[in-house]
Write a protein that binds this ligand. Structure first.
Ligand code: RIB
Ligand code: CA
Length: 313
């Protein structure tokens, strides 16, 4: 089967970095048409730089990286330096990326790519706030039906929120964008905290990355170690949830994940529950089923896949 064509929309972020590396290490499964950066974990000037740093680290400086939106559609930006550090890739010193940022705006790249590629052949993989995706849909409604699938990291239901008691960060930052993406009618697969909080790293896993003896292994070990501190302090867990690579792992080995096809709506009206993903897990409404909402992952299989693929770089 030919590799799935994808666009990764991202706000690197250590876990975003691992997702990008996993995709670039898996050319038989995914063809990365381009990477669009969005403001999220850190401001856009850093997320676009970090995306290029990760491509250079993977030795894939030919992958086009674009800067997208620098703020949510209708709200001011909320960032997460407290989790990812000032640079967004704290954990290991990195050089300036030796690859250029593309001139075109990331939203234009998304629109033009979807118009140029055969209908249904492109999968969008947003792993940050959904601003770029919603902006593309607003500017070019004709592309919505051309999207094959959206596989995103975001939301939470039984696991509740990580930036407020009700909301997960990616959805919280731009709830209007999320509401428009979840309501667009595109086939949608969601990796919420309900599943990513089961994809916990461990000391052994981090040591396994370091033991690869490669620059990629050392960077991923340092990034996951840094990223872990926040979550271990917060959740008392023995490891950090490696959120974003769940999207790419799903494209490579969908059987690692399980969930339900249900209705998911986004709260945009209340400040108390802004960005909450209201998931009708028990089917108590007749609202349209618009998302496959994942709840479980084969953790060992997930980290086996990540380790096996990253060792290629
Ligand atoms: O809540 C987790 C999500 O927020 C991940 O995508 C992480 O990178 C941050 O963007
Ligand atoms: Ca992210």
């Amino acid at each position: 089967m030919s590799p799935r064509k994808i666009i990764i929309d991202t706000d690197p972020g250590q876990d975003d970095a691992v997702a990008i590396l996993l995709a670039l290490a898996s050319p038989e499964d995914v063809e990365v048409l381009g990477i669009t950066a969005v403001a999220g974990n850190v401001p856009l000037a850093l997320t676009q730089r970090n995306a290029r740093i990760v491509c250079a680290l993977a030795g894939r400086t030919g992958v086009p990286v674009f800067a997208g939106c620098d703020a949510p559609l209708e709200r001011s930006l909320v960032t997460a330096e407290h989790v990812h550090g000032k640079t967004g890739l704290d954990g290991v010193p990195v050089d300036e990326p030796d690859m250029p940022l593309m001139e075109r705006h990331g939203v234009d790249f998304i629109i033009e790519t979807l118009r140029a590629e055969p209908e249904g052949s492109v999968t969008l993989c947003p792993i940050g706030p959904l601003t770029n995706i919603a902006a593309a849909f607003r500017r070019a409604p004709d592309i919505v039906e051309r999207v094959g699938e959206i596989v995103l990291m975001g939301g939470a239901y039984f696991e509740v929120g990580n930036i407020t008691p009700a909301a997960e960060f990616n959805i919280y930052v731009d709830p209007e964008a999320a509401a428009e993406v979840f309501g667009a009618g595109v086939p949608l697969t969601v990796m919420p905290l309900d599943v990513t909080h089961k994809a916990l790293t461990s000391k052994e896993i981090v040591e396994g990355f370091a033991a690869m003896g490669t620059e990629v292994g050392r960077a991923v070990a340092a990034w996951t170690d840094f990223f872990e501190r926040f979550d271990m302090a917060k959740y008392g867990s023995a490891g950090a949830p490696l959120h974003d690579p769940c999207t790419i792992a799903y494209l490579i080995e969908p059987g690692l994940f399980s969930g339900r096809h249900i209705n998911v709506e986004i709260e945009t009206g209340s400040e108390l529950t802004r960005g909450m993903t209201v998931a009708d897990w028990w089917g108590v409404t007749d609202r349209p089923k618009n998302a496959t909402f994942m709840g479980s992952v084969d953790r060992d299989g997930y980290f086996r896949l990540i380790h096996e693929r990253l060792a290629r770089l």
